[in-house]
Design a protein around this ligand. Sequence first.
Ligand code: GLC
Length: 741
Amino acid sequence: MNRFKLLPLYCLIAAFSVADGQQLTVAQKVDALMKKMTLAEKIGQLNQVNGDWAATGPITTDVGDKLEQIRKGQIGSVLNITGVAHTRAFQDAAMQSRLKIPLLFGQDVIHGYSITFPIPLGEAASWDIAAIERSARIAGTEAAAGGVHWTFAPMVDIARDPRWGRVMEGAGEDPYLGSQIARARVKGFQGNGFGSLDAIMACAKHYAAYGAAIGGRDYNSVDMSLHTLWEFYLPPFKAAAEAGAATFMNSFNSLNGTPASASSYLQRDILKGKWGFKGFVVSDWNSIGEMVQQGYAKDNDQAAEFAIKAGNDMDMESRSYINNLEKLVAAGKVPVKLIGEAVRRILTKKFEMGLFDDPYRYSNADREKSVLNKPEFIAAARDMARKSIVLLKNQGQVLPLSKNLNRIALIGPLVKAKKEMKGFWSLDIGDEGKIVSLYEGMQQAAGKTQLLYAKGCDITDTSRTGFDEAFKTAMQADEVVMAMGERPDMTGEAKSRANIHLPGVQEELIQKIMATGKPVVVLLMSGRPMVFNWTADHVPAILYTWWLGNEAGNAIADVLYGNYNPSGKLPITFPRTEGQIPIYYNHYNTGRPPQNDSDVNYTSAYIDLPNSPKFAFGYGLSYTAFKYSNLKLSGKSLQSNGAIIVSFDLTNTGKYAGEEVAQLYLRQLISQPVRPVKELKDFQKIMLQPGETKTLTFTIDKEKLSFYNDQLQWGTQPGEFNLMIGSASDDIRLQDGFELL
Ligand code: GLC
């Protein structure tokens, strides 16, 4: 008998690893550790609790002594915790546990850590994938230096309803743009890979279809066909998984009657099965426990059973797992192997992050001091902010501002706002002094021009007492710049608005100031598309600035003075009014499409409103103009494994250097099921000097022509296609057709 056969396998592995040092794989290290763990300790790894900082959800009461629970191995991860000192204290407790399994520290590093970048919807408006990746890279680098291992980002929810407050957190309505940005953000956060001291784990959320909450009401139910789910809502999640996202977070909503945390279809069949996802799934805040409120589970015990069986690995803040799983295993209701699978996924990430080599490796005070707020990071934030600004209107070339003006009046409730510039889901790591208000940005840029100021009104208050002073101030100026918008806490989680008009009496103030006859520029600051029709129809120059972060004031001044020519394009449709919602560009044609905005003769149209949006997906102006010409296709047909090369010339016909986002849209004319009237399939953002022409090319291949059919199979159908190239989804400059054979 070969004596080796008598030794348990893990002794052999341990023996070899000891002899060979680095020979042990992560999987083998996990195996060896799990063999030592009790069931209770394994369940402890599935339990995530809130740190001592701001809660990002309803607080569960009487949770006991968290540090003591960590010492007992009952907690595997802590969220809402930042800073080297704070994370070290919690890790110390973990090092006093029996097996010294390090904690994972998670935080919502959504658009910056110490330096805040534009909100994600604003960054999406840049259509600058490299800049978006860099923004996430910097956020990840700072967070890693601040003791954070894991960000609950990118949020990749497709959103077609601006009443939903979390529209600010994603990349808008389009699956293609959303997928490109999902990849960029995952790569940005995860940088040089787990274990690198400037990389943190990403978390694609909220899986899935959270943005389709009925009525745009946060946390509301979602009901959609699986075809719509696969065609429009899953692609950015698939892209995030393909980009190697370390984790996924499921969503609060039920999808077709099943809460996402209990959905084996989403978490096991699709994510871990079809897509082969090897990371782990964390619930959203108490989303497991909320199965009871949903009427899906009778109690937390049953919720825990449903969730672990459905593939939800970690329980954020519901304590359903820690309080019930051991009993469920003992009662034979939950196979112990499901616990093992979940623990294995979580421990694998802790090993990959190097936390077993050094649990404190991300909590280094010297690195925290040297990495945060680097000048090059601040410069990148300014660059990202400038690129996120969308020029909606510039009648009579009111912009850019002349440097020779004697006086500019800065009017509005957001002129001197500072912390507001950070928007929702920003962290208070650094001091607010670093945030540049519009007023401060203009002071830096205005040179000899004198700046006058009047607040005029508040954001939501209906008092008009400031109007007269604002009017008088405007009368003394050569030009007026107004900073208007929402409060940053009006768009975000649990911030749905049934009325998305510019709030308060702000539009009345704009009317009052327009009555001075001065040239007026309106800046609109918000996390969502707002309705502001009078302003849009009467004010000559309008910039949508979202919430631009620390460098807001400098970036806006750069654009106002033409130091940067605005290049942003809307990543989401702007409705004329709430009654149009949901409205999005990639809609189906219907059997009775209106021929124009006033065609209501037995057509799919409103009799009291034009059908078109106020501003379309992909729309954004420049201080210069671009001409599209000379469209050529390498062929008028292709086999499914072939390709067509599309080329065209783009010319800057104006007097300013500027960037254009040339957009490629396709439409399959006949298919089963039907296809949208147009779908974004590619884009290029390119800088052109005045008078310069460049030839751009797009490649049309099987990937761009594929879609999910009625059986949810990804593939192509032969047929005719329209090809459209334009400056916006409603501004098509070149068209042609081809056939897929
Ligand atoms: C919140 C959000 C989620 C966030 C989590 C932790 O409720 O839904 O996006 O990551 O809780 O803060």
